[in-house]
Design a protein around this ligand. Structure first.
Ligand code: SAM
Length: 480
């Protein structure tokens, strides 16, 4: 193709931040070929067209963005918003004006609508008075879908059927969000790298900016964050996807840790309200139940079909619905007590519930017959790490890395442990191993069952970020 690809990449990055590396570049080339064909021009003419025509730039961007999203994604952050942050904001507001919430990079709307459902579930009809929701995205096609609010089953990964039934009507083409939820969100075209913003996109108390920064390099992430700050009220809160947070700790806003979650604040961290007890609910509590309440999950009877159980389990585990997964795990184990996958998944749930002794018992049982199970070794490493037993954790992760050198999660945890112990040279080496392992095609980690939820793109960013922050290596410092 007689087209200067580097110039196109530069233009797209400068205007909207998107980077194209690895598979991303192959996708860019394919999309460019499609556009050139559709415009019936020769490749050499395309750059000028892209540069000079706003509509063509929009067409291209719409095809290049990655819109992957689903309802109640990273639900622990949504739960924290509903249970912790919002009561404080409402208390601070004292009834003066609504709490304003923005989903920046909202894609087809699942994120802002999830926030509405979670808050409606807690505040009932008052939600429309207490809150204002906006969604913004650079992709005009995704925004049209968001306004349309019709979804297929892929948007409901792990969302229980009763939640869907409560908030959606089904028609021939999919699940249509009911008007009381839909009407609460306004959608706006938004380029996070723009030099000015619509007045409708100002004065937010909370901004959700999740799974967007992973497509940007560090200088772009910093500029975007500065722009987001300009859209926030004083003392506004910025919530970034869990795995991206550290890579966004760029000195723009202070990072706060609370209840194991991280967020950024514009002013001083919000002070907990006197009472955090939940206000009267509208009843039903479906979305919050989807996120947290094991009470709604019925153990399957022992005769339930096993395949379906395990498929459901895998989905629940991937989506981190551990409370819902536990009764199912137990139901499957009642039929098949030696099922290694289910034993390991149960151990992972127990670790997440801080029942380390229970988890270790299960994992040692598995190791007795599968001495080199990478899942088991990594789980024991995690259990030790979360109990602050750094020496034991290092031993288990080293065993996993020894048994499977491509197991980058083991190297990644080792790097973190070394860094916390001040063993900077060892940390540096381990981070480099991870970066190297993730540079090519994703290696087979040997982890068969446990969904650690470590997204490779973000982990590479994190490792690079940590490497850059580690104090410079001293010449001949003989560590390790
Ligand atoms: C993977 S989706 C994330 C959706 C949702 N926030 C979530 O976490 O599920 C990323 C979205 O960011 C949007 N995006 C990328 N660059 C952007 C920019 N410069 N300004 C605004 N939105 C952008 C994309 O169009 C895409 O819809």
């Amino acid at each position: 193709m007689n087209l200067d690809l580097a110039r196109v990449k530069q233009l797209v990055k400068a205007r909207c931040g998107l980077l194209f590396e690895g598979n991303g570049e192959a996708n860019l080339v394919q999309v460019l070929a499609e556009r050139i064909r559709a415009l019936e021009i020769v490749p050499a003419q395309y750059f000028a067209r892209l540069h000079d025509s706003g509509p063509e730039f929009q067409e291209l961007v719409n095809r290049l963005t990655i819109n992957e999203t689903y309802f109640f994604r990273e639900s622990e952050q949504i739960r924290w918003l509903v249970e912790r942050l919002v009561p404080r904001l409402l208390a601070a507001r004292g009834g003066l004006g609504p709490v304003r919430i923005l989903s920046a990079g909202c894609s087809s709307g699942e994120e802002p609508y999830s926030l509405v459902m979670a808050l409606m579930d807690r505040y009932g009809e008052s939600a429309s008075r207490l809150f204002e929701f906006a969604g913004g995205d650079i992709d005009s096609v995704a925004l049209a879908k968001a306004r349309h609010a019709r979804y297929t089953r892929f948007s409901f990964r792990g969302v229980p059927d009763e939640v869907r039934a409560r908030y959606f009507d089904q028609d021939r083409w999919g699940h249509v969000l009911k008007a009381p939820v839909r009407n609460q969100v306004t959608f706006h075209e938004l380029n996070l790298l723009a030099s000015s913003f619509s007045p409708a996109l100002r004065d937010f108390d909370v901004i959700f900016f999740r799974n967007v920064s992973i497509y940007f390099d560090a200088p772009t992430r910093k500029r975007v964050q500065q722009n987001l700050v300009s859209l926030m009220k004083d003392e506004g809160v910025l919530m970034i996807g869990a795995a991206e947070t550290l890579a966004n700790d760029l000195g723009v806003l202070p990072l706060v840790e609370e209840d194991g979650l991280f967020y950024f604040v514009k002013g001083k961290p919000p002070v907990p309200a006197v009472s955090l007890s939940p206000p009267p609910s509208s009843g039903g509590s479906v979305p919050m139940a989807a996120m947290s309440a094991p009470a709604n999950s019925q153990p399957l009877p022992p005769s339930a079909p096993l395949r379906a159980d395990v498929d459901t389990l895998r989905q629940l585990m991937r989506d981190k619905y551990y409370d819902q997964a536990l009764p199912l795990l137990e139901a499957v184990l009642a039929i098949e007590p030696g099922n290694v996958e289910v034993l390991l998944l149960k151990a992972y749930v127990l670790i997440n519930r801080k029942d380390f002794a229970g988890a270790e018992l299960l994992v040692h049982g598995v190791l007795a017959t599968h001495a080199w199970s990478i899942d088991a070794l990594v789980l024991l490493g995690l259990a030790a790490k979360w109990q602050q037993q750094s020496e034991a954790a290092i031993r288990w992760f080293k065993q996993a890395a020894y048994a499977r050198p491509e197991c980058w999660p083991a190297h990644y945890y080792l790097a973190d442990l070394y860094r916390n112990d001040g063993a900077n040279e060892l940390a540096r080496r381990a981070y480099r191993v991870v970066i190297q392992l993730l540079a090519g095609n994703e290696p087979d980690t040997g982890i068969q069952y446990v969904p650690l939820g470590l997204p490779t793109g973000e982990i590479r960013f994190l490792c690079e970020h940590q490497l850059a922050r580690l104090p410079a290596a001293k010449a001949l410092a003989g560590q390790g």
